[in-house]
Each structure stands twice: as C-alpha cells, then as structure tokens.
Design a protein around this ligand. Structure first.
Ligand SMILES: [Fe+2]
Length: 390
C-alpha cells in the first residue's frame, strides 16, 4: 500500500483562539492583510469580533472586501487581486464560509503563482510551488472543512461551470477554529453544515483512497459530531460548539486526503440542477447511498458503528449486523436532527421533481467524486437512489 497525506495547516482551536491572530500574522510577517468576508458574516457582527482584535494589536484593517457572492467567482477573484496589489497588501485573512474561503484560496493562488488570472491556472500540473503569501482562515460555518482542504471550487459565471482546483498550494498557513465564530448561525444551517461534515467523514472512511491517517481524522470527527450536534441544536454551550467546529475541520482533513464518494457526486448534481443546498443534499442522500454501498463497504461501516453508536452498542451487536446497524443509526440520528432543527429530509421538499431526476443522474456520473467510491455506480443505480430519496 502506498499513500500520501498532507495537512500543513496550523490549527488554533478552543478558548480565545481568535486572539492568536495577531501573533500568527506577526509570525508570518504580515502587517497589511487583505481581509475577506461576506455581507452576511459582516451584518451578523462576526467579522467585528476579528477586526476588534486586529485593531487592538495595531494590525492594518483598511483593506476589507465583503462583496463575495454565495458562489465564489472568477470576476470577484480578479477584482480582489487588483485591490490587493494596489493596496500593497502582504497577506490574506478569510473570515467566512465555503465561498469566502474558496475566493481567498483563488486570490492567493493568482498572487503566489504570479498568474494573470485564475483561469490561467486551471488544468493539470499547472500549479507549482509559488511565492509564499501569508494566509489565515477563520471558518464561520461548521461543515465545509475548507480551512484544511487542498481544494477550491470557483465558478465561471460566463459559462456557468464550477471549476475545481486541487493543490497543496491552496492550504492556508493557519486555521482559527473558535466557537464565537459560529454562535449566530441559525439551527438549520448548523444542522446542514454538520451533516456535510458527517458525510465527509463517512465517505472518507469508506473511500477507495482511504489511509490509516485519514481514518484517524474521520473517526474522531464522527464521534465529535454525534456527541455534539444534538447538544448544539438543543442546549448549546461554548464547549459543544467548539467540538462541533473542530469536527468539521478534522473531517475536512480526512476527505482532502481520502476523497469523497457518491453522496457528494449526486449531491453536487442536485445542487447544479435544482439548487438543493449542499449540506441538505448530503443529509437526504447519505442513508440511501450507504445502503447502495453496503456490499462493498461492509467492513468499514461495521467499524464505524463504534464511533457512531458508542462502545456498548458496538459490543452487543453481532459482527455480521454491525454495518446494517451503522446505517440504521445514521437514519435515526438524522431524524433526531430533523426534529431539533426542522431540516427537510426528502428531495421533493427542495423542489426536486421526478422530471429532474434523469438530468441529475447524468450529471452525477460525470462528477469527480464517483472515482473514489468503492462500488462502481451506473445511471440506473443513481436514478434508483434518487427515486428512493424523493
Ligand atoms: Fe461536502
């Protein structure tokens, strides 16, 4: 067996994690950062928490850009690159969810590769070791794990195509994971983003590209999500939020190395065709995709029962029943999350109709995420999974 594993990101997690930002910027020789966020994060007062600490530590906060759309775009990246150069910035801070972080990754890539624009960096083997641009990420959702993934998805709004960039050059220097960054997130968003993280962990653990190191991250993430997501939705504490946020980061490290599978392939297609939000698509599709994969992933699902349901249930379940029990646990867990957050669990509740299914199935088969799925999947298989999720 040969594998490669990378996570070069320093993770600052826990109490007062945000306060470390000044030290980290100084260590990275960054005095004039370009601060990227979005208007939602700004209005919710989350960015303010970071700006106050920066100001208190005499860091320049003149260069703030919050006009980042829900889908990170080439045009916006090119605009930020210009502003970065004009303002003499020497590093990037991203405070936001997946789109803000992907926009920051794209911006940093263009500057460090001294490229003309992000389009010139698409394709295989184009990205090489570039200039070092200090880069700190503060995630404000608990799902994408993007602060520790070597991936960025950037939309070309002219063609409507989402372009995927994969390179270790996309990894930030520092990820700051602090419960204060997610305390204003509504319950439905917490539920859907944490279900995304749960899918990252389960798919990474059962992927064809898994390895013992990614397994360690995936199993720890699963345990943290199962124990803390219900608490965060019912009686949140700083500790439970912190653990859930950390789970998302760990799941990001797991899937950045082990890849994901058909839950993501079909989920991406549901998003592309019908606009189903990513985390919600993950929650809807996960149980049926696990049932489909059961014969090829029985060993992995059986092992996961320990992290999902705990030692007592694992020990009292027959070896041959553990994989099925793991799927049953996921179904019950999702119902519990639905009752706590109101998250819908049928595709039809996200305006997907029977007529959409053939196009979704076709698109899913062309998604890169099918490659690492242990079980080969056909058009008919995807259609059958989709029909069961309606
Ligand atoms: Fe995901």
């Amino acid at each position: 067996m040969y594998f490669e594993f990378i996570n070069s990101v320093k993770i600052c997690s826990g109490e007062n994690a945000i306060e470390n930002i000044a030290y980290e910027l100084d260590f990275l020789n960054c005095k004039n950062p370009m601060i990227l966020s979005d208007n939602g994060v700004f209005k919710a007062g989350v960015l303010d928490k970071v700006l106050k600490i920066l100001t208190k530590n005499d860091v320049h906060t003149d260069n703030i850009f919050t006009d980042i759309p829900a889908d990170s775009s080439i045009a916006v990246i090119n605009e930020i690159v210009q502003k970065y150069k004009q303002s003499g910035c020497d590093g990037i801070i991203a405070c936001g969810g997946g789109s803000v972080i992907d926009t920051a990754k794209g911006t940093r890539l263009v500057i460090s590769q001294q490229g003309k624009d992000i389009l010139s960096l698409s394709g295989n083997e184009v990205i090489k070791k570039g200039l070092h641009i200090p880069f700190i990420v503060l995630p404000t959702t608990c799902g994408t794990g993007s602060e520790c993934t070597a991936v960025a998805v950037i939309k070309n709004h002219e063609t409507g195509i989402k372009m995927e960039f994969i390179s270790s050059e996309l990894l930030p220097d520092v990820a700051i994971v602090d419960a204060r960054l997610t305390e204003t997130l509504p319950a439905k968003l917490i539920a859907s983003s944490a279900m995304d993280a749960l899918c990252h962990s389960i798919e990474a653990y059962s992927s064809a590209q898994k390895n013992p190191i990614s397994d360690a991250y995936a199993t720890t993430a699963i345990k943290l999500i199962v124990e803390n997501l219900p608490k965060v939705l019912s009686t949140p504490t700083t500790e439970s939020r912190q653990k859930l946020n950390l789970a998302s980061t760990l799941a990001g490290i797991a899937f950045s190395n082990a890849m994901v599978g058909i839950v993501h392939a079909i989920g991406h297609a549901c998003g592309g065709e019908c606009g189903v939000p990513h985390g919600n698509a993950m929650a809807v599709l996960l149980p049926e995709c696990m049932k489909f994969n059961l014969d090829k992933c029985e060993k992995e699902y059986a092992e996961l029962l320990l992290y999902l349901a705990g030692a007592d249930i694992y020990a009292t379940t027959k070896t041959t029943e553990r994989a099925k029990k793991a799927i049953e646990f996921v179904i019950d867990f999702e119902q519990k999350i639905q009752s706590l957050s109101g998250m819908a669990l049928r595709l039809s509740e996200y305006r997907v109709t029977q007529d959409h299914l053939p196009a979704i199935a076709k698109k899913a088969l062309n998604d890169g995420a099918v490659i690492a799925n242990k079980k080969q999947v056909t058009y008919e298989d995807v259609l059958s999974i989709l029909t069961k999720c309606m």
